[in-house]
Design a protein. Structure first.
Lengths: 352, 326
């Protein structure tokens, strides 16, 4: 400690730890804990990191208290805590991605994408029926919810005032929090009422998903429409363009990139929904290309059923489940990335 | 020239909202009327949708409440729903206790500690956690997390077993209510983080700069200027996270093998299920009144999450009106 104070007691920076101390202490602490655990004979990355962080925090605290005083020590502690919280939050993401890639790649082959599970017992088979089902159900849900969602957002931004608009905004927000299983039960009861008991179909699944998707579309579209510069609308009005054409030809094209992004993110959100599809669309082993009748398999349900309904050998079913999970994650990530790219690439230039 | 008046009206009525401009006294074209009706009814359709969800759940759930108990496949409704309701709330609260401190710290890290240029991408990385489908979390929970946590459960039960929460015998598989709560905490972390960051963005910059100018350290600036302002926002973010955790289905259904008990013990293999997970697990085999009973439990879940969400949104909205930030 004494050397530290002497080294820094000259100028404006007196009473502060020099900036290299953090890096030095951190690496010493991690190295120390690594050697300790290696010597004990139980090396584990998490253990080493955790102990290293504890050692670092306590040494840093002592040093900072001695040199910098209580207030700065507190500040440093907060920095350490907050940073470790972030690292802690990253750990599950890293672990999850690594394990999905590791277990999922075993059956991530061509057969997985061109075979269904019809009369497949044990090894082999694939998720072709689930992938087509997911395309059908999500596609239908998009067709149902996107027009209504965008029009509702147009109402909220261009026309809506007063209690109706306020309550729509409020309940759209509330709807984003509806548990997905409730949407599934709703779609199931509607279709049972119309087509009789025990009805499961792709369309019912699509209705369930659109209940979940609609509020997301409204929210994102509304945000986008609100940032369209008002000058554009006024210019159109000044040229005598009627309001509806102004919205269609001026406002919507300006916000189009953002709306496309919003829709892609909404699709990414519902494409992984399992519970509502399990109830409303059911599950099957074979390809079903008719969303109006008969159960329809979807990718998330395929993952779930492969896990729950393990046959023999169990490893074949587990590998298919993980391969399905990998496919699902890839689809979601691609949709997310593509959405961000569209948003970044075609973002409207703001007026100022 | 009636349209000219419309244009003038829109100029006069410039309130930065882009709407509400065509006043009466002008001729309204057919296209305008059709388009306005179309978009208004789309807005109303969303309200109708929500009302329909409630109506159908009540309608289909009612038989479970009115039929005598001995005709119901799952027994009398209150006794049937009580352990599930307890399990639902208990797992969600546990997840919330774990998630909120971490989530708020992460939001603080991204907003105030991380390098400026990195902040957006770090936020995006955290958002990726929300993009992972729940069924994948379920697989990860059983396949990776439960076996990894199991030794520490044994350790906890041996050394802290005198606390009722950690009482043994510990589960041999690691598939306990604590594992579920950890996964749920990971799942609700991104939404709490994202909303907290939004609130931190709204904190008046001048307050922050004033605190720093008076010689406050970064942490003191946060406690003086940021946290008091952000508290209502953090509370409502937590409640929205709670709503998510209450309704989360697949993770619980896959990780737990529930029994109809009410127990606070975290580490044993005797634990209650949750409403949502029970619906998924029982639905394929249920028939007749059993389906009605499951839908009735779904109605209970719907009412609870609706209430939680409405309170949370109410706090956010009230807060938004008072803050001068937007």
């Amino acid at each position: 400690m004494a050397t530290l104070t002497r080294a820094t007691s000259a100028s404006l920076t007196s009473g502060r730890l020099p900036s290299w101390v953090t890096g030095l202490l951190l690496s010493v602490a991690i190295l120390g804990s690594a050697t300790f655990f290696l010597a004990v004979g139980s090396p584990g990355l998490l253990r080493i990191l955790f102990t290293g962080a504890l050692i670092f925090a306590s040494v840093m605290m002592v040093a900072s208290l001695a040199v910098e005083g209580r207030r700065r020590a507190k500040d440093r502690l907060s920095g350490i805590v907050v940073t470790s919280a972030f690292v802690l939050a990253l750990l599950p993401l890293i672990s999850l991605v690594l394990s999905v890639v590791r277990y999922g790649s075993q059956r991530f082959d061509l057969q997985f994408f061109i075979y269904s599970m019809r009369s497949v017992v044990g090894e082999g088979g694939g998720a072709a029926h689930a992938i087509t089902g997911t395309l059908w159900v999500t596609g239908l849900a998009t067709v149902i919810s996107v027009p209504i969602g965008i029009l509702a957002a147009i109402y909220l931004v261009e026309y809506g005032t007063g209690p109706l608009a306020r309550s729509i905004t409020f309940f759209v927000d509330v709807m984003t929090g509806i548990p997905s299983i409730v949407a599934g039960l709703f779609a199931y009861s509607v279709f049972v009422l119309i087509f009789g008991p025990g009805t499961e179909s792709g369309l019912a699944g699509a209705v369930a998903l659109s209940v979940l998707m609609m509020p997301v579309v409204v929210r994102s579209t509304e945000e986008l429409l609100r940032v369209v510069p008002n000058e554009l609308r006024e210019a159109a009005y000044a040229l005598g363009v009627p309001k509806w054409l102004t919205v269609l030809k001026v406002v919507l094209p300006t916000a189009l990139a953002g709306i496309v992004t919003g829709v892609m993110l909404a699709v990414a959100r519902v494409i992984g929904e399992t519970a509502p599809l399990l109830i409303a669309a059911g599950f099957t082993q074979s390809l079903n290309n008719n969303p109006l009748s008969g159960p329809m398999m979807t990718l998330p349900v395929f993952v779930y059923r492969s896990y729950v309904d393990q046959g023999s050998p169990a490893s074949a079913y587990l590998e298919r489940a993980w391969a399905g999970a990998l496919t699902l994650i890839l689809i979601v990530m691609i949709l997310n990335l593509a959405g961000r790219l569209v948003a970044a690439r075609f973002a409207p230039k703001s007026g100022r | 020239m009636p349209d000219f008046h419309g244009a003038v009206a829109s100029d006069v009525d410039d309130r930065g909202k882009g709407g509400t401009t065509i006043q009466h006294g002008t001729v309204r074209r057919l296209g305008d009327r059709v388009f306005q009706a179309l978009s208004t009814w789309s807005g109303v359709a969303i309200l109708i949708m929500l009302a329909l969800v409630a109506t159908f759940l009540v309608w289909q759930g009612m038989p479970a409440l009115t039929t005598p108990a001995d005709e119901l496949p799952y027994g009398a409704f209150p006794q049937f729903v009580a352990p599930l309701l307890f399990g639902t709330i208990w797992t969600a609260v546990l997840a919330l206790i774990m998630a909120v401190p971490v989530a708020v710290s992460v939001a603080l890290f991204i907003s105030y500690y991380a390098p400026r240029g990195l902040a957006a991408s770090l936020g995006y990385v955290i958002d990726l956690l929300a993009a992972v489908p729940s069924v994948v979390y379920g697989l990860w929970g059983i396949g990776v997390l439960a076996p990894a946590l199991q030794p520490s459960f044994v350790w906890l039960a041996r050394h802290l077993g005198f606390i009722p929460l950690f009482a043994g015998p510990p589960s041999g598989t690691g598939r306990t209510i604590l594992t579920v709560a950890v996964v749920l905490a990971v799942m609700i972390l991104p939404i709490v983080t994202a909303l907290s960051r939004e609130v931190f963005l709204q904190t008046p910059r001048l307050h922050e700069e004033a605190a720093l100018a008076l010689g406050a350290t970064r942490w003191e600036m946060i406690t003086i200027a940021v946290l008091p302002f952000a508290r209502p926002g953090i509370i409502s973010a937590s409640m929205l996270g709670l709503g998510r955790a209450l309704g989360e289905t697949m993770v619980v259904a896959m990780v737990l093998s529930p029994s109809a008990v009410i127990s606070f013990a975290l580490l044993t293999s005797q634990h209650p299920g949750t409403i949502a997970a029970n619906i998924v697990l029982s639905f394929p085999e249920s028939y007749g009144l059993g389906v009605n009973q499951l839908i009735a439990t779904g109605l209970v879940l719907f009412v609870i999450t609706l209430a939680v969400n409405m309170i949370a949104r109410g706090i956010v909205d009230r807060h938004r009106e008072f803050s001068g930030a937007n």
